[in-house]
Design a binder for this molecule. Structure first.
Ligand SMILES: Nc1nc2c(ncn2[C@@H]2O[C@H](COP(=O)(O)OP(=O)(O)OP(=O)(O)O)[C@@H](O)[C@H]2O)c(=O)[nH]1
Ligand SMILES: [Mg+2]
Length: 1126
């Protein structure tokens, strides 16, 4: 029985102060969905017997089969506490790492969250991750320690042991909160410090900063979880019970006559009670006394479990009567003790009451939104709130007020789009008839009957009567029959939309009332209110139709508004501020997320922060080639329906799906096959990304002998130089400097490749966003546009970035290198750098961004674009297997175009514009073929744009093609050769994984790890349990099926969570062949034992259709089976 009607919910939605928007967050399998079931059953949406078994929020079939949540979904609940009625918009989220993007979409539209922790497993990797996400989003958490029953039944702890264990878990989670808090305070301090440094007016004395203060001044006590603060409850969701200490404080204050306030402070902690004196004393440990929590709470629960498990009927009855409960006869007789426990405990300590009352008390309502959070949401990129236009800043008040007046601007954030079957939409469902309609039907039936009778009696049709407002004039209409007409009317809608997916936006109203039919602006992530305000003079009319077109902005009408009720949707006419809602009809306007606002001065909200990086990619194609259009359409729909998936159409025509992990991949493929494309598809093996790099020459050889001391066995194998196939005409110095001339002999380039220190590569990776914005600034400058907009904060970040690079690039080799950085690559923001040491021409990213106005040789600068393009192409695909480079520094030592100048001077005025440069030469490279790109379309246009040479260049067209094209190709070749003369290495993408396993399966976990080239970083025992936590790294290439294998080998006892972590150099040389006597002896002439790097390289080359050098069996021996000869 559903207790709440829709009208009730609509009424509750209007009382903003009593709304709580919350999500349930936890590590996988800690019991979020089970807890949600219990809360839902309190509203009668599901029966309390099914709570915990149904997993109502897991509405997808695969969620039910696998037993994990994959999509976050919302439901609205009603709760009454102390005569106040609350509306709780509850969002259940997935705990599996692969779906962590769903968590991001949930936290954005909530004000608070329930962090669930398994009492046995304690704090797990995803617990940390979700806590961090909640923290970053500025939402307040409360804690639920779930599965307390496992401490009793499985671990067989005594109440005292359980208490210390719980204390331990609380400490761990508070330590985590503490570290988040400390890092934030320190960050703020550091920011303030840089600000004061930047401010030239500040007194010198003010800059002396005392790090010891700050932390102490800031009150952080409210942040921590502690039962006495009322933000922790202890539950067992399957058994349906839960309590906070407030519940027991109330009971015992009556029972023992100690004030409730005193009990609230002492029920948790090292206090014991002196029953005789009715006094609470401190220091239970020292005196061997039991803490209050054990004596007054846990022991009661333990003895109840004990009685039920031992089937001690008398004791059970005693407990039941003393608690004043009524147990149904069926439950009392049930043979399964779990049913009895559930029946007793859910009455005694109802979990929904414990959790929901904590939620209402401790979590903020939409009215309490922190100003800090609002500012953060409104400031994209490196903007600060103060730098926003005044019209935009004014919106903050609207946010804070969360007003529902007609004048309040409507601000809505769509955090994701989800697909539902169009048939399931309320407007397409057959709805029950209203009273009026039933009366009308009855009347018509009666009329029909009367007509029939009359016809049978041979009379003419009865005179038209006017009953119930229906005027029948002609019986001829009758034969069709009303039922038939109606059923047709009902069927027509679903039939035409048959098998259609309809997209609903998962959203929240932050301010104003969302009304059906209202026009609203849809702001894309790149929309800028500044630009809008510049284009449209102030005092514009807000009528959306009169506005000029502004990029990243569209206007649409709010078509359908829904109340999200788990598996159901209910239609609404309007939604007041502070509520979570579903919006239909936005699929043509919103791809994944968007900000909707009635005023164009609103900035788009900052993008959602995703924890998981999409890394697993596969190519898909239809089984029947003719079904390609369906596949393309299906992939588009899938892209819209999933916050994290990426779809790419590569130049080769392959359709590629990039997902966060194996489970995510499986779900995406299922969705594609069964919902969005509805065709059979074939899926490639996962495409594993690699990076190419170079290293310092090794000091020892493969048999650990120092290189240089042994005798070379040059006869057997030619050395590497041969392999790199450097053609004639390319000059190679002994230290790896490549000198190469363009085909028309007019320009000569000298390039050297050097490995970057690991730290530098890391800094480059971390700052790719910054580099991208620096690049945009430089290109603006080049176009001669105004760049006053460079914000101070961006400047500061740049200098900080530069300082860090300088710190790590020290020594003679790297002198002045940082100042000479000319470009980053690939795609101008990657982890490789181009350094210009040419005496004739200097260009640097730093001075460029600061205002490169010098009139330095413009010819060099124009040609420079070609050099940079060549570098971009070279870094995009390396010589080993055409994968992008990483951690390589190319130094352009010399760049001689004197011949070109001579020729220019002698009057070669062949001014054919070279806008089409490079197409003949580098057709393949014009768009990243094997891109690892985050933004496919941009990447392409960027590269090709830059490669068209600027106007005014004295382009020399000769038989080798336009000059700048030659320069690009030559630079690219030079970079490639420069790489090939250095020791090249492959880099593999690595996962980190945390595996929790019991000691008896530990050995098998290690075996699987080492078989898959994994490396254990850390192993520690979880306190109080026999669980080990193993932290390991594992190449992505070896990870497929890893989770399954571990689960199988350990009979389901260990379950790993894989998260992409970093790139790592594979130590073996893919081109290695034995060259010394010892190596020859050790590895044999063919050296055909496993070479991991070569294996990977060849696999990639094969996939890409490149030439693979493979050894052919030369002297095959007949195999024999040893056992036969015994
Ligand atoms: N013993 C015990 N088991 C529980 C409790 N709560 C949940 N479980 C079990 O834990 C398993 C996982 O529960 P779920 O509710 O699906 O966990 P979840 O956190 O939603 O998992 P994901 O959504 O996949 O992250 C189920 O088998 C539940 O029966 C509890 O209080 N005690
Ligand atoms: Mg779940």
């Amino acid at each position: 029985m559903v207790l709440n009607s829709l009208d009730k919910m609509i009424e509750l939605q209007k009382n903003t102060a009593n709304i709580r928007n919350i999500c349930v967050l936890a590590h996988v399998d800690h019991g979020k969905t089970t807890l949600a079931d219990c809360l839902i059953s309190s509203n009668g949406i599901i029966s309390s017997r099914l709570a915990g078994k149904l997993r109502y929020m897991d509405s997808r079939e695969d969620e039910q089969i696998r037993g994990i949540t994959m999509k976050s979904s919302a439901i609205s609940l009603h709760y009454t506490k102390d005569n106040e009625e609350y509306l709780i918009n509850l969002i259940d989220s997935p705990g599996h790492v692969d779906f962590s993007s769903e968590v991001s979409t949930a936290v954005r539209i909530c004000d608070g969250c329930i962090i669930v922790v398994d009492a046995v497993e304690g704090v797990c990797p995803q617990t940390q991750a979700v806590l961090r996400q909640a923290w970053l989003e500025n939402i307040r958490p409360v804690l639920v320690i779930n599965k307390i029953d496992r401490l009793i039944v499985e671990l067989k702890f005594t109440p005292q042991e359980a208490y210390s264990h719980l204390k331990n878990i609380l400490e761990q989670i508070n330590a985590l909160t503490g570290s988040l808090f400390t890092s934030k305070v320190l960050e703020e301090r550091a920011e303030r410090e840089t600000e004061s440094q930047v401010n030239p007016n500040s007194e010198p004395g003010e800059q002396v900063y005392d790090w010891s203060t700050g932390l102490e001044d800031t009150d952080d006590s409210h942040l921590y979880f502690s039962p006495e603060q009322g933000n922790v409850v202890f539950t067992s969701a399957v058994d349906g019970w839960g309590f906070g200490i407030e519940h027991f404080a109330k009971i015992y204050s009556k029972k023992i006559g100690i004030k409730k306030e005193v009990l609230l402070k002492t029920l948790w902690g090292d206090y014991y009670i002196n029953m005789k004196a009715k006094k609470i004393m401190k220091g239970d440990q020292a005196k061997g006394k039991k803490p209050l929590f054990v004596q007054l709470i846990l022991e009661n629960i333990w003895s109840l479990y004990d009685a039920v498990l031992k089937k001690d009927k008398e004791k059970i009855e005693k407990i039941v009567t003393s608690l004043g409960l009524k147990i149904g006869a069926r439950e009392a007789r049930h043979s399964d003790p779990k049913v009895q426990i559930n029946a007793i405990c859910s009455q005694w300590l109802p979990i929904s009451h414990a959790v929901l009352s904590m939620v209402c008390q401790k979590l903020p309502s939409p009215l309490d939104i922190a100003s800090e959070r609002v500012e953060k949401l409104m400031c994209t990129g490196s903007q600060t709130f103060d730098s926003l236009p005044p019209e935009t800043q004014a919106l903050k008040t609207a946010f804070m007020k969360c007003g529902s007046e007609d004048t309040a601007p409507v601000i809505i954030f769509v955090s994701k789009m989800f697909a539902v079957d169009a048939k399931a939409l309320p407007q397409n469902k057959p709805r029950p008839l209203t009273q009026d309609e039933i009366a009308q039907r009855r009347e018509r039936a009666r009329q029909r009957h009367a007509d029939k009778l009359a016809a049978a009696q041979g009379q003419g049709p009865v005179e038209p009567t006017c009953h119930g407002g229906i005027l029948k004039t002609s019986p001829q209409e009758e034969p069709q029959g009303d039922e038939q007409q109606e059923s047709m009317a009902l069927n027509s809608a679903p039939q035409e939309e048959d098998s259609q997916e309809s997209f609903i936006a998962f959203a929240r109203v932050f301010s104003g009332v969302a009304r059906r039919g209202r026009k609203i602006f849809v702001l894309g992530p790149k929309y800028s209110p500044v630009e809008f305000l510049q284009r449209v003079p102030s005092g514009f009319s807000t009528s959306p139709d009169d506005l000029p077109t502004v990029p990243h902005m569209a206007c649409c009408t709010l078509e359908n508004l829904y109340l999200l009720m788990g598996r159901e949707l209910e239609e609404l006419e309007e939604v007041p501020p502070g509520n979570v809602l579903g919006i239909g009809g936005l699929q043509d306007f919103v791809l994944k997320s968007a900000t909707l606002c009635s005023l164009p001065s609103c900035p788009p909200f900052i993008p959602l922060s995703f924890e998981a990086t999409p890394i697993v990619r596969v190519a898909v194609e239809p089984k029947h080639p003719s079904e390609m259009p369906q596949l393309v359409k299906g992939m588009k729909l899938l892209n819209q329906a999933d916050p994290c998936v990426q779809i790419l159409i590569q130049e080769t025509g392959e359709h590629v799906l990039v997902t966060a992990g194996e489970v995510h991949l499986q779900r995406c493929l299922d969705d594609l096959k069964e919902r969005f494309a509805k065709i059979h598809i074939s899926v490639s093996e996962p495409i594993i990304p690699f990076r190419e790099t170079i290293t310092k020459p090794p000091k020892v050889d493969m048999v650990n002998e120092e290189i240089g001391k042994q005798q070379k066995v040059a006869v057997i194998h030619q050395t590497r130089d041969d392999q790199s196939k450097i053609p004639e005409g390319v000059q190679v110095d002994s230290d790896g400097l490549i000198t190469i001339t363009t085909p028309n002999k007019l320009a000569t380039l000298s390039v050297r490749a050097m490995p970057l220190p690991e730290e530098v590569t890391q800094i480059l990776e971390e700052n790719s966003d910054l580099i991208r914005s620096m690049e945009q600034l430089t290109s603006l400058l080049d176009e001669g546009k105004n760049t006053q907009m460079v914000h101070q904060k961006t400047q500061e970040k740049m200098w900080e970035f530069k300082r860090k690079l300088e710190q790590h690039l020290t020594g003679r080799k790297w002198r002045n290198t940082v100042d000479q950085i000319w470009s980053f690559g690939p795609r101008k923001c990657g982890p490789n750098i181009l350094v210009s040491r040419s005496v004739d021409f200097q260009s640097s990213v730093w001075t460029g961004a600061a205002g490169r106005a010098s009139q330095a040789a413009s010819r060099y600068r124009d040609l420079g674009n070609s050099i940079v393009s060549g570098f971009q192409l070279a870094t995009l695909s390396g010589p080993m297997c055409e994968e992008p480079l990483m951690g390589v520094c190319f130094v352009l030592e010399k760049w001689d175009v004197s011949k070109l100048e001579e020729q220019g001077a002698t009057g070669n005025q062949n001014h054919e514009n070279s806008d089409v440069v490079g197409e003949g030469q580098e057709g393949k490279g014009s768009c990243p073929g094997e891109d690892e790109n985050q933004e496919p379309p941009d990447g392409c246009s960027d590269a090709s744009e830059k490669r068209t040479s600027p106007k005014g260049e004295p382009s020399v067209t000769d038989c080798y093609g336009p000059f700048s094209g030659q320069l690009i190709a030559t630079m690219k070749e030079a970079c490639r050769y420069a790489l090939q003369v250095k020791p090249q290495r492959l880099m593999a993408a690595m996962y980190t994984c945390d595996i929790m396993a019991t000691s008896d399966v530990l050995g098998r976990v290690y075996a699987v790890l080492s078989k898959r080239e994994g490396r254990v970083l850390q192993e520690e025992m979880k306190e109080g349990t026999d669980m080990f936590i193993i932290k390991a790294v594992l190449p992505v290439a070896e990870s497929f099926g890893f989770a399954d294998e571990i689960r199988k080998r350990t009979s389901g006892l260990a379950s790993p969570q894989l998260v992409f972590s970093h790139w790592e150099i594979i130590p073996s040389d893919p081109f290695w062949v034995p060259t010394t006597e010892e190596e020859y002896l050790h590895f044999g002439e063919k050296a055909d034992s496993e070479n991991q790097a070569r294996k990977y390289m060849n696999a990639v080359r094969k996939r890409k259709g490149l030439h693979v050098e493979e050894k052919i069996v030369e002297h095959a021996e007949k195999q024999r089976t040893l056992s036969k000869n015994k």
